[in-house]
Ligand binder design. Structure first.
Ligand code: GLU
Length: 286
C-alpha cells in the first residue's frame, strides 16, 4: 500500500505549535516513505469557519516550508457525499433522529440512578433518550434534527471486532481492537449529522479519508478516543480502514494542551516576533 497522509485543519482560528508539529510530522513521514502529503480544509462548521483563517493556514504552512498537492479538498464542497452516506445508513435503520439539547442530555445522564455522567469523545455520553422512539426507516430522513448512530442496531449488522493498526507508539505497529459493546460504554450513540451542519466531524473525516485514499492518518492523540467510531463507520459504509499514527500533543508550560484560543502559541505570533521556521521545529522537538 503506498503511503498517503494528510493534514486536516479546521479554519476556525490560527494554527498553533501543535498544528505545526502535526503537519511537519505528517510531511516528514510522507517523505520518508516516498509517499504523498495532502491538505484538507475541514470547514463543515460554517458558523465558525472563516476565509481569513483558511488563508492564514496556507500562509503559515508555506512559511514552515510545507508544500502540498492542489487542488486542496474542502469539506464544504463535499456535502452531497455526506448526505448520500447518511441516507445509506438511515435506510438500514442505523440512525435515529434526536431532539435533545445539551441540557436534556446532561439531565438524563446525571439522573440519580445513573451516577456521575460518563464522557466520551464528544462529551457526555448520550443516554439514549430518543433511541427508543418509534421510527420507520421507510420514512424520509429528517433534515431539521440531529442524527445519531444507533450502536445497538450497528451491532446487528456488523458483528466482527473493530480494529486498526496504530503506528504512533514506540516499537512495531500495534493492532488496537474493541467491540461495539465497548464502544457503547466509551462513546455511546454519537451524532453523525448535526442539525446545524447536516454532517459531523466523525462522518466527514471517514468519507474524506477514503476519498483521498489516505493510507496513514497522522493526528494528535486527543483524537484517538474517536478512532473506533471512525473504524465502525468505515465498516458500515464499506470504506477501507487506514493505519493511524496518533502523536503526542504539544503542551504549554503548565502541561495543558494547546487550543485555537491560545493566540500566544499561534505560529503567526511567533512569526511576528521574528522566529524562523527552524525555531518552530526546535520548539516542537523536531
Ligand atoms: N479537523 C481536525 C482538527 O483540526 C483534525 C481532524 C483529523 O485529523 O482527523 O482538529
Amino acid at each position: 500500500m503506498s503511503f498517503i497522509t494528510r493534514f486536516a485543519p479546521s479554519p476556525t482560528g490560527p494554527l498553533h505549535l501543535g498544528h505545526a508539529y502535526s503537519a511537519l510530522l505528517a510531511l516528514h513521514q510522507a517523505r520518508l516513505s516516498g509517499g504523498r502529503f495532502l491538505l484538507r480544509i475541514e470547514d463543515i462548521d460554517r458558523a465558525r469557519s472563516r476565509a481569513r483563517w483558511e488563508a492564514q493556514i496556507y500562509d503559515d504552512l508555506a512559511w514552515l516550508g510545507i508544500s502540498w498537492e492542489t487542488p486542496v479538498m474542502r469539506q464544504s464542497d463535499n456535502m452531497p457525499a455526506y448526505n448520500s452516506a447518511l441516507r445509506a445508513l438511515w435506510s438500514q435503520g442505523l440512525l435515529y433522529a434526536c431532539q435533545c439539547n445539551r441540557r436534556d442530555i446532561l439531565a438524563a445522564a446525571s439522573a440519580p440512578q445513573e451516577g456521575a455522567p460518563l464522557t466520551g469523545p464528544d462529551g457526555v455520553i448520550y443516554p439514549g433518550t430518543c433511541r427508543d422512539l418509534p421510527r420507520d426507516p421507510g420514512v424520509e430522513m429528517p433534515k431539521d434534527k440531529a442524527l445519531r448512530l444507533d450502536l445497538r442496531a450497528a451491532a446487528e449488522v456488523f458483528s466482527g471486532p473493530l480494529s486498526y493498526v496504530e503506528t504512533g507508539r514506540p516499537g512495531p505497529p500495534q493492532t488496537v481492537t474493541a467491540d461495539i459493546a465497548a464502544l457503547q460504554q466509551s462513546a455511546g450513540d454519537v451524532v453523525v449529522a448535526r442539525r446545524d451542519m447536516g454532517t459531523s466531524y466523525h462522518l466527514s473525516v471517514v468519507i474524506d479519508d477514503a476519498a483521498q485514499q489516505i493510507s496513514d492518518v497522522v493526528r494528535g492523540e486527543d483524537l484517538a478516543e474517536a478512532t473506533m467510531i471512525h473504524v465502525l463507520l468505515q465498516h458500515l459504509l464499506g470504506l477501507p480502514v487506514p493505519r493511524y499514527h496518533h502523536h503526542r500533543l504539544i503542551r504549554d508550560e503548565a502541561g495543558r494542551r494547546l487550543a485555537k484560543r491560545d493566540d500566544a502559541r499561534a505560529i503567526a505570533t511567533y512569526r511576528e516576533a521574528g522566529a524562523t521556521p527552524q525555531d518552530i521545529r526546535c520548539m516542537v522537538g523536531l
